[in-house]
Design a protein around this ligand. Structure first.
Ligand code: SF4
Ligand code: SF4
Length: 438
């Protein structure tokens, strides 16, 4: 149930979805079979074309109805439709502007507000997330988690909590990264590195592997501990002011470091960082700084591919299924670079996953806000992943790793999971394939 609407036309003059971008849609429907909500529900209003139609109603003066908001909210922001669209419709711009309008102009129910407030008081704050590690580790290791799972009560009493619980990865202690790590051998670049929120709290070993790989490939790595959230979750959920605050702080943190590149190992963060120039375009104090910062942003695989390998690769006898995180594949167009980096490892066999364009259902916090359909999408993805027969699933986004791990476990399937950085690290350090199959 949605709350009352504030009245008046759906959108105000502060960056409504642009009429000319809406007009680019020729209603061909090529995007429909690639849209996860259309695949799930088969309803036109839950397709990209249907949502663009609703945006058009909004810019034509219709009020922001409960049902409109429901269909906008249901969009995962996976950008599969952007890849599929032959007319080049900028759905990413359209939904971002629409979401910012919804957040300002639509009154949510107290329950929805409480859930969103809790999520945004926690997820974009790495220190707060790290505080959860202790209790979570105790919960996992005390046997309480198994007891709760056996009782089957949690999903019935508190589906959101059950989703969070099922997503939490198995935690182990990893030391904090140092502030600066020197390149091994000849220095080829100085890179600033984003440690991330979920990544630093729940996947610190992915960050450690990223630092080691960058150093081995000739990069000085700068990791200021004062860095915060990049604002990705906020901007993807219409909280533009909050995202702008995070962006300004991150730019300030790295501005005087002298970095050549700013490297990101989380796909969702990378896609937002590459749009800082748009996010801060109206801010006279930051527009130029944001454009300069944006030009330096690289996904880890993108940068490593651009630099070319210098560290010798050792064999990893592994069969790997590579999953394109939506914000890497659809939003940044990065598909060949990670595959090429993995294929260069001797002994490693790469398998493709069926229906690669369909989102796994993680989508930032979409799985927390929409636990049941997210689980259905996770199950579809896990079935396709397990059908490859691979022993290791590799992807470049913490959300996808957690979502697919939980779904594979529900299906009783066994597949190890790793970030691209961990596979490269294991090869460079000659750890052998078994090191990744725990
Ligand atoms: S972003 Fe994803 S969920 Fe949203 S309309 Fe496009 S394909 Fe569908
Ligand atoms: S968004 Fe693109 S693919 Fe989808 S209906 Fe419009 S023009 Fe066709």
């Amino acid at each position: 149930m949605l709350g009352p609407v504030s009245g008046g036309p759906a959108f105000d003059d502060d960056h409504p979805p642009a009429k000319d971008l809406i007009a680019d849609c020729v209603h061909c429907g090529f995007c429909l079979p690639t849209c996860p909500t259309y695949v799930l529900w088969g309803a036109e209003a839950d397709s990209p074309r249907g949502r663009i139609y609703l945006m058009n109603q909004g810019v034509s003066g219709e009020p922001l109805s409960d049902s409109m908001v429901e269909h906008f909210d249901a969009c995962l922001g996976c950008m599969s439709c952007v890849t599929a669209c032959p007319s080049g419709v900028k759905y990413d711009r359209l939904i971002e502007d629409t979401r910012a309008q919804v957040e300002r102009r639509h009154t949510r129910t107290p329950r929805e507000r409480a859930l969103r407030t809790a999520v945004f008081a926690l997820f974009p704050y790495p220190r707060r997330l790290r505080l959860l590690r202790g209790p979570l580790r105790a919960y996992q290791s005390s046997g309480l988690q198994k007891l709760v799972a056996r009782s089957g009560l949690l999903p019935r009493l508190a589906p959101t909590l059950a989703t969070l619980e099922s997503l939490a990865p198995k935690l182990r202690g990893v030391p904090k990264p140092p502030r600066r790590v020197a390149a091994r051998g000849r220095r080829r670049a100085v890179v600033g590195m984003l440690t991330g929120c979920v990544q630093s709290a729940f996947f610190p070993d992915v960050n450690s592997a990223t630092v080691r790989v960058l150093a081995a490939e000739g990069c000085d790595v700068l990791i200021p501990p004062s860095q915060g959230c990049c604002g990705a979750l906020s901007v993807h959920n219409g909280r533009r002011d909050e995202a702008q605050r995070f962006a300004r702080k991150l730019i300030d943190t790295f501005e005087s470091t002298g970095m050549d590149y700013f490297v990101v190992n989380a796909a969702g963060c990378g896609s937002s960082l590459k749009e800082y120039d748009t996010l801060l375009a109206d801010d006279p104090a930051y527009a130029a700084k944001a454009a300069a910062f944006t030009a330096k942003v690289r996904d880890l695989a993108e940068l490593l591919h651009e630099l070319g390998p210098v560290a010798p690769r050792h064999p990893l006898e592994l069969t790997v299924a590579y999953h394109d995180a939506c914000h890497l594949g659809h939003a940044q167009g990065i598909r060949t670079q990670p595959r090429s980096l993995l294929s260069e490892i001797p002994g490693l066999k790469l398998h493709e996953i069926a229906e690669p364009e369909i989102c796994c259902g993680s989508a930032g916090i979409w799985n927390v806000l929409n636990p049941a359909p997210a689980a259905s999408l996770g199950d579809m993805k896990a079935r396709n992943v397990l059908a490859t027969g691979a022993s290791l699933l590799v992807t470049a986004n913490p959300g996808c790793l957690m979502q697919i791990a939980a779904a594979a476990q529900r299906q009783g399937g066994r597949i190890a999971l790793a970030h691209t950085a961990q596979v490269l690290d294991a090869s460079i350090r000659n750890l052998g394939g078994d090191a990744l199959l725990h």
